[in-house]
Design a protein. Structure first.
Length: 276
DNA sequence: CACACAACCTGTCAGC
DNA sequence: TGCTGACAGGTTGTGT
């Protein structure tokens, strides 16, 4: 579910609702998600004030007092739900609940449990193992065509797979890689190292624009993605190729339409005629 | 080091 | 109405 735009949308929702609040109760309902929760998870968070909400790649960073940061990754199926009633009943896959001093309840729900939470020190955040090797933020000015092609240099893997690698560029997932390559007119099958020069100059703005569009649309979803405040995201209706196998490509008169192939065990959608 | 692939876990949907 | 198999937005560990 959550790629960069969805995580960014969640962060903005959290910022509006709980920034500045204090955590007065933390309920941890199971020992692990993708990884075990850190030791004394609830105790370490209880009583802390939320100073800021930040994002790095697909990680949500809740900056707390005492040099602490709560790191949250939503995995494939994770969501954060905000309830006005702190006595809200928890459901089967609600694994953590945070109550604020103004009696909101933030519930972490994740059926597949591919998400994770950790607690890190703010001062050492950049060297945290989860964040250390992540590439540039695609919306930051230092993500330039030169920077991208440098990182792709020597890579024989398809550009589709390379863009999913968070060390190359941060925050892209299966949907936005497909959409960005489509906008840039680049085939997902093309060898990564050949995306340099003119092609990199097309791809960098394509990535930026598709992410910006999705953020502006409030995040997207396949089915029932819900933002922190319960609103639905609408970018899903604007996919040009993702999950649109067989549909006519909007930018050319090809007969076969959008094709679906498998790369690295994941579906890729593209127009073989328009994307080279 | 780069790469391909399996694994983690549950829900949903298409086809029989 | 079941049942089965394929598939789903991500990351990481293992083997070559």
């Amino acid at each position: 579910m959550p790629e960069l735009p969805e995580v960014e949308t969640v962060c903005r929702g959290l910022r509006r609702k709980i920034e500045g609040r204090r955590l007065i109760r933390v309920v941890q309902r199971r020992p692990d998600l993708r990884k075990p929760f850190p030791k004394n998870f609830s105790q370490r968070l209880r009583g802390q004030r939320i100073l800021a909400i930040e994002r790095r790649a697909k990680y949500i960073l809740i900056v707390l007092e005492a040099d602490l940061v709560l790191i949250i990754h939503l995995g494939m199926s994770g969501r954060l739900l905000i309830h006005d009633d702190p006595a809200q009943t928890l459901e089967t896959h609600d694994h953590v609940a945070f109550q604020t001093d103004d009696n909101q309840l933030i519930v972490y729900r994740d059926p597949r449990r591919f998400g994770l939470m950790d607690i890190a020190s703010h001062s050492g955040l950049a060297s945290h193992p989860l964040l250390r090797d992540i590439g540039p933020e695609p919306l930051d000015p230092d993500f330039t065509p030169t920077e991208l092609s440098n990182r792709l240099r020597g890579r024989k893997t398809p550009i589709k797979s390379a863009l999913l690698d968070q060390r190359i560029v941060a925050g892209l997932g299966n949907i936005y890689v497909c959409e960005a390559l489509y906008r840039a007119g680049i085939s997902p099958r093309r060898q990564a190292a050949t995306v340099a020069g003119r092609r990199a100059e097309l791809l960098v703005p394509a990535i930026r624009e598709v992410l910006q569009d999705a953020i502006e649309a409030g995040g997207s979803s396949l089915r029932d993605y819900v933002q922190t405040d319960g609103e639905l995201g609408y970018f899903q209706h604007r996919f040009a190729v993702y999950d649109r196998e067989g549909v006519k490509c909007p930018r050319c008169a090809c007969a076969s339409g959008v094709r679906r192939i498998n790369q690295g065990g994941r579906s890729t959608f593209y127009c073989p005629k328009f994307q080279r």
